[in-house]
Design a protein around this ligand. Structure first.
Ligand SMILES: [Zn+2]
Ligand SMILES: [Zn+2]
Ligand SMILES: [Zn+2]
Length: 162
């Protein structure tokens, strides 16, 4: 079964193009940074990119098994860790799920607009917000090392439907 058919994006766009771009960017980024982009890591990234909705580790495992690949949970977790480290994937703590980064080449943390209805996630990656938060933290003598903003709400499409 083709996984892409099950997870059609809600917004009208050529999502095959998104996946292609994401895979090509990852390929380049890994090559330039001397990182090993193994078949498993590639598969996991492709599964994360199946849609603009976050995917949990168990769904990734199920996806790999659906493709007839044997993968133990620790192996998948390690592949995810690698992808997060490389900036290719972000982890959304509030959902305990993962989302592909559309702009991994640029160092950033990220702000995520999460639709509570359709679960579509839009990444802002706005450096102004990032700097503002870091500055506010600095003023309080706090050094920010990791900041991920998860903003819950309704996407344009879902707010039009409700
Ligand atoms: Zn897309
Ligand atoms: Zn990102
Ligand atoms: Zn929505």
């Amino acid at each position: 079964m083709n996984g892409l058919e099950q997870h059609k994006p809600l917004t009208e766009h050529d999502h095959a193009g998104c996946i292609e771009d994401a895979m090509a960017t990852a390929e380049l980024l890994c090559r330039d940074s001397g990182l090993r982009f193994t078949a498993l890591r590639r598969h996991v990234l492709a599964l994360v990119w199946e849609s603009h909705k976050p995917i949990g580790a168990y769904d990734i495992l199920a996806g790999l098994r659906g493709e007839g690949r044997r993968a133990a949970p620790p192996t998948v977790y390690r592949a995810l860790e690698f992808l997060i480290e490389a900036g290719l994937v972000h982890r959304l703590d509030s959902l305990n799920a993962f989302i592909g980064c559309p702009d991994p080449a640029r160092m950033h943390t990220g702000q995520f607009l999460i639709c509570r209805d359709c679960r579509t996630v839009t990444e802002l990656a706005d450096s102004d917000i990032e700097e503002l938060v870091a500055e506010k933290a600095r003023q309080r003598g706090f050094t920010a090392v990791r900041q991920i903003l998860e903003i819950e709400g309704l996407c344009k499409r879902c707010s039009l439907c409700s």
